[in-house]
Design a protein around this ligand. Structure first.
Ligand code: NAD
Length: 244
């Protein structure tokens, strides 16, 4: 039995994790905490922590996990470069799974996006469109950022300079070295992502649509079962699914 602690338990994802964990015979949720609770006081009760809280909370959670030899699965998105570096510095001490998206479908989208970019080559313009519910706090989504990283990697473009967040005003003609990223917010959309490859005379679009948070919750629970058996290191969902 793997004993799991959830941080951010009162949130949308926390509630989905609690519901989905009931269907995992090998998982027991031993503690479910939220803002104001003290993880340090209860961490000894678990084997792994699953974090879907706030980007500011993650570095402290990972530090506590590393100090106590607990695996940690991070679903929270929106981390700054500094927060990412703070998380990464514990990778030699404990297994850390950090994924902008835990759904199997989106991880297939990541794989397909890399493959399509390699096949289609530099003549195709690259644009990413993501849609989420009106309550989402960060933009663009962590998943859209991962998609942009994949595209920039294949094209060998410096990510910071390549990404164009929406366009307004007289921006001039589109250059081949840009990756457009556009965020739509509204209603209760769980999460849609489309990668557009547009050339003269043809366009390829890869789309994933999540209609339930269960897909993320089940993936994160699966990642926790996997993480407790790993050596210390920084992993993502592609490792968990055996795609890397
Ligand atoms: P939410 O706002 O519904 O829930 C977040 C919860 O975390 C709230 O209950 C809040 O009180 C709590 N929280 C805030 N600070 C905390 C702290 N310091 N310690 C403990 N709890 C704290 O948000 P949500 O929709 O559940 O999403 C949570 C995060 O997960 C977001 O960053 C979101 O982008 C991300 N997310 C990731 C995936 C994925 O597959 N990786 C999927 C969905 C959402």
């Amino acid at each position: 039995m793997t004993r799991v602690i959830i941080t951010g338990a009162k949130g949308r994802m926390g509630q989905a994790l609690l519901a989905c964990a009931k269907h995992f015979r090998e998982i027991e949720i031993v503690v479910a905490i939220d803002l104001g609770d003290d993880l340090g006081a209860v961490i000894s009760k678990g084997d792994a922590v699953i974090d879907f809280s706030a980007h500011t909370a993650t570095p402290g959670i990972v530090e506590l996990c590393a100090g106590n030899g607990k695996a940690v699965v991070i679903g929270t998105t929106g981390h700054s470069e500094r927060e990412k570096a703070e998380i990464g510095k514990w990778k030699s001490q404990t297994p850390i799974v950090l994924a902008s998206n835990f759904s199997t479908g989106v991880n297939a989208l990541f794989w397909l996006t890399r493959k399509a970019a390699e096949i289609l080559g530099p003549d195709f313009d690259l644009e990413i469109v993501e849609t989420h519910h009106r309550l989402k706090k960060d933009a663009p989504s962590g998943t859209a950022k991962t998609l942009a990283e994949i595209l920039a990697g294949v094209r060998k473009l410096p990510l910071d300079q390549a990404v164009r967040h929406g366009r307004v005003g007289i921006v001039g003609e589109r250059t081949p070295s840009e990756i457009g990223v556009h965020s739509i917010r509204g209603g209760d959309v769980v999460g849609d992502h489309t990668v557009i490859f547009a050339a003269n005379g043809e366009r390829l679009e890869l789309t994933h649509k999540a209609s339930s948070r269960e897909t993320f919750a089940n993936g994160a629970l699966r990642a926790a079962l996997w993480a407790v058996r790993q050596k210390p290191g920084l992993y993502d969902m592609q490792h968990v699914l055996g795609l890397k």
